[in-house]
Design a protein around this ligand. Structure first.
Ligand code: FEO
Length: 384
């Protein structure tokens, strides 16, 4: 598949994967992208997951025929992209490996060799001429590992963006970009907003017409849309006005309170209300929703004088990813000594710029008129 006249797609689709990075459900699979730039010199951009070595090597052969690649550019050392470096060097022993200094340290760790006889170390602003195409390297530490570089081809105005602008989902499945790109971004890179902002700033100086990420589709049109979403996500701003209610419920009483609140919010004209049962939904979807919307309601039970386990996990996911700049409300349930709100507040105490709703709802075992009044009041406060 041609990306431009000289750049070909040589990646693979993975529909056998159960959990991406050992934790993310990927119902539509995953793509591991790789590209060949065919100029006077040939550069292969990254490898693919270990299970796809043969398919990838065959894709290279189909793209370049009997020619031999001059460079293997390694933007990122996470094994979904780097696993086949050693095997590649066995097939193409004269090819040089282009990567950051830190990437070569990781190669030694992964493969027992840092390929010292064929290393080409690149850093910020370094260039590599392939003939008509010249690659300029830009460091992108922690997007999503410390050794990451991205590269820019000034001839075709292509940014090879590593994990940036990637998404879950194989390329032979049609699906909305933003939904699975957001879940991917928040889950995998969400902690590193500052570093993504730094990369966006550097990228803003480049004239980019095509983005070639390591996962998901090549982006060729309307790039402002994707770049704007990355700016919103990495600056931790809410993407949409809306209320996300995350809850756990043991015997259904907390759930009834959540349904009552949802109904009140809708009756009073809330534009968007999203409800997630943390014990049953995809946790990464719930985390994504919390970052997507402007307001968050946490409703849960006290458990072992603490907070219910799924809620603890959920809040840990938020704080680990620097959750901030949102309005938050608390609903707790307990039959003798409710503790959940106190624990949740402590867990969120270091998060920046959170506005806590004044109305706190306490359910003693099950809803009564007092609880309903409090939920009514909370709905007004959330819609103010
Ligand atoms: Fe797609 Fe961070 O690896």
């Amino acid at each position: 598949m041609f990306i431009t006249e000289d750049i070909k797609y040589i990646g693979v689709n993975d529909h056998n994967i159960d959990l991406f990075e050992g934790q993310y459900d990927v119902p539509n699979g995953m793509s591991y992208n790789s590209y060949a730039i065919c100029d006077e010199k040939i550069a292969i951009m990254d490898t693919v997951d270990v299970n796809f070595k043969d398919e990838w090597l065959s894709n290279i052969k189909n793209a370049i025929g009997d020619k031999v690649p001059d460079y293997l550019v390694v933007h990122h050392m996470e094994p979904d992209h780097s696993a086949n470096i050693l095997e590649f060097t066995k097939v193409y022993p004269d090819c040089r490996i282009v990567a950051s200094q830190k990437a070569f340290v990781m190669m030694k760790q992964f493969f027992g060799t840092d390929f010292s006889d064929r290393q080409l170390i690149v850093g910020e602003g370094d260039t590599l001429s392939l003939g008509e195409h010249t690659l300029t390297f830009v460091t992108a530490p922690m997007v999503h590992w410390p050794e990451v570089i991205v590269s820019y081809d000034s001839k075709d105005k292509v940014l090879f963006s590593a994990d940036g602008f990637g998404k879950f989902g194989a390329l032979d499945v049609q699906e909305d970009w933003a939904c699975e790109a957001r879940r991917y971004y928040i889950g995998i890179v969400g902690k590193y907003g500052i570093q993504v902002q730094a990369l966006l700033k550097k990228a803003s100086n480049l004239d980019i017409e095509i983005i070639c990420p390591l996962h998901g589709p090549v982006l060729k049109e309307n790039l402002g849309y994707y770049i704007n979403l990355y700016d919103v996500w990495s600056s931790y701003k809410a993407e949409e006005e809306g209320i996300m209610i995350a809850y756990t419920s043991v015997y259904g009483n907390t759930k009834k309170a959540v349904e009552y609140l949802e109904e009140k919010l809708i009756q009073k004209g809330a534009k968007k209300v999203v409800v997630n049962d943390l014990a049953r939904c995809d946790m990464a979807e719930a985390v994504e929703d919390a970052f997507r919307y402007s307001k968050l309601v946490l409703a849960t039970t006290t458990y072992n004088a603490d907070v219910f386990p799924f809620m603890r996990t959920f809040i840990d996911h938020l704080t680990e990813r620097n959750y901030q700049q949102r309005q938050i409300a608390f609903i707790e349930n307990g039959s003798w000594a409710p503790m959940a709100t106190k624990v949740m507040k402590e867990m969120l105490s270091k998060s920046k710029n959170l506005t806590l709703c004044e109305t706190e709802v306490k359910i003693m075992s099950s809803m009564n008129d007092d609880t309903k009044n409090a939920l009514d009041k909370l709905s007004d406060e959330l819609l103010k």
